[in-house]
Design a protein. Structure first.
Length: 505
């Protein structure tokens, strides 16, 4: 600065004038660069675009095949929802079922909408369902094992789980006569590292061998619960992937000496929340053990409500239970259900998740069977579900249990190709449930079924139950119908010259 300019700045008021000039210049610049208030702010208000998913995958953990034991694996898909944009650059519009690892050819290949089933071969190992293009939205797979073998007798069904970072299971144990297994399957192209955290009736269980389990890409690791924490009467299992993503599953097998008590998969439960719903508790005789996990640091006071075909009610004498922090509480629901199938609604002052172990008994002198239910998420018009396999025929019946926990619900049950029947509409009153004999929907012995809530319908919980009359006693298994993954939100891209970028020509 020149000496003359310095003398001017030392004059009274000159410094204040300079500050005012600088402030005015900055304000003018800000006004020049600010958005014009007369132009609608469409960029901020435009909703995200919903685009159909382009790729989907799921793992079928252990299709057991041996003497007196057979497993069928089913694959089904509905294709994109009507209001979703088509996926771009998604490749072939096919759904396939192939062995884990990808070296073997697909055992099932179909387009959407469509469905198919295949008998698993011996020693095939885990199977992977994959969908691309229009076959990816709504892709679902399941496996159903039937065994008359002494240690595995029963029906065991499960939905093949997509990859995720967190899974919760409530069920199984590690006492004499009970064997639980945790299956960790990595269908992704990158390795994963997983922690298996266990909770028992007395709190968290120290299981060092469950921490830091490494799973190679295209590999599977199995952990035995009786090796991780022997002597534990009941479990809740939290599978958390600290690196990568995995598919997780838990199977429980029980015997009393040489007498089989049943075998089944424990369905994955929804993450702990202050309100959870456990649909699909089978009717009939035998124990119905409600097991509630409070994984946090606070005890949970849990209010119980049962939803049946006749409506919802708080069971007298079991309207409130307490789950201690970090532990699994256990009560028998059977005295309160009157032998009816029910959905259990839990409201708690601390996050919980839950499951139900059903011990199904037959006539005097017959063998029993077991089935599991778990806290589940409802279907909505934007997230309908698919039952990949419905099996029915002589001595075999499939039922769909539908529950409307809030407002009234209306669903369309539509057989998927190659079945050709028209859809069946089912209405469920608010706070009640309906059991649908699926032979009234289709006469086919094997089919897949889309479960689609109608526009304006309240949320609906759906569970598929399979019953068989076997010579030595009943067979039963049930699997929740999870909400399908149909779309992903994609932000709208607009040209912004301030970034120095321009749209391609």
């Amino acid at each position: 600065m020149s000496p003359r300019g310095a003398r001017l700045l030392r004059r009274p008021g000159a410094q204040l004038l300079l500050v005012l000039l600088l402030l005015g210049t900055g304000t003018a610049a800000a006004l020049a660069t600010a958005p014009d208030p007369t132009v609608p702010a469409t960029r901020a208000t435009q909703p995200l675009r919903q685009v159909a998913v382009a790729r989907a995958g799921a793992a079928c953990p252990d299709p057991v095949v041996q003497e007196n034991t057979a497993t069928r694996v089913a694959l089904a898909g509905t294709g994109p929802l009507d209001d979703a944009d088509e996926p771009s650059g998604s490749g072939a519009d096919r759904a396939t079922l192939a062995p884990l690892g990808g070296d073997e050819p697909a055992v099932l290949d179909l387009s959407a909408p469509g469905s198919g089933t295949v008998a698993a071969a011996a020693d095939v190992g885990p199977l992977v369902a994959r969908g691309s293009g229009t076959a990816a939205p709504g892709l679902a797979a399941s496996q159903l094992t039937r065994s008359t073998e002494a240690t595995m007798r029963g029906l065991a069904g499960t939905i093949c789980a997509p990859s995720a970072t967190d899974f919760w299971f409530v069920g199984s144990g590690a006492v004499v006569g009970q064997r639980g297994r945790v299956y960790l399957t990595n269908i992704e192209p990158a390795p994963a590292v997983v922690d298996v955290t266990l909770y028992g009736p007395d709190g968290p269980v120290d299981a060092p061998d469950g921490r830091g389990v490494a799973i190679a890409a295209g590999g599977q690791e199995v952990r035995l619960l009786d090796a991780l924490a022997p002597g534990t009467t009941r479990f809740a299992v939290h599978v958390h992937a600290r690196q990568g993503r995995v598919s997780a599953a838990v199977r429980d097998l029980q015997v009393d000496g040489l007498t089989p008590l049943g075998a089944d998969w424990v369905p994955p439960a929804t993450s702990p929340a202050r309100r959870v719903l456990v649909p699909g508790v089978p009717g009939g005789t035998g124990e119905r053990r409600l097991q509630v996990l409070a994984p946090g640091d606070s005890d949970a006071i849990v209010r119980v409500r049962l939803i049946s075909e006749s409506g919802a009610f708080a069971p007298a004498g079991l309207d409130v239970i307490e789950a201690r922090a970090g532990s699994v509480a256990d009560v028998d629901l059977a005295p309160f259900t009157s032998g009816e199938p029910v959905t259990v609604e839990l409201e708690s002052d601390a996050p919980v998740t839950a499951g139900v172990l059903a011990r199904v008994t037959g006539a005097a002198g017959q063998l029993g069977e077991l089935a599991y239910a778990a806290a589940a998420a409802p279907l909505t018009p934007a997230t309908p579900g698919v039952v990949p396999e419905v099996r029915q025929g002589t001595n075999l019946r499939s039922t769909l249990l539908l529950t409307a926990p809030e407002g009234p619900a209306t669903v369309e049950l539509t057989p998927l190709p190659p079945a050709t029947e028209a859809g069946t509409e089912v209405r469920v009153s608010a706070g009640s449930q309906v059991s649908v004999d699926l032979s009234t929907v289709s006469t086919a012995e094997v089919l897949a079924l889309a479960v689609v809530p109608k526009a304006g319908s309240g949320p609906i919980l759906a569970v598929r139950q399979v019953d068989e009359t076997e010579a030595r006693g009943p067979f039963v298994t049930s699997s929740p119908v999870p909400p399908g993954r149909y779309t992903v939100p994609v932000p709208r891209v607009v040209a912004d010259l301030s970034t120095g970028l321009r749209t391609g020509r």
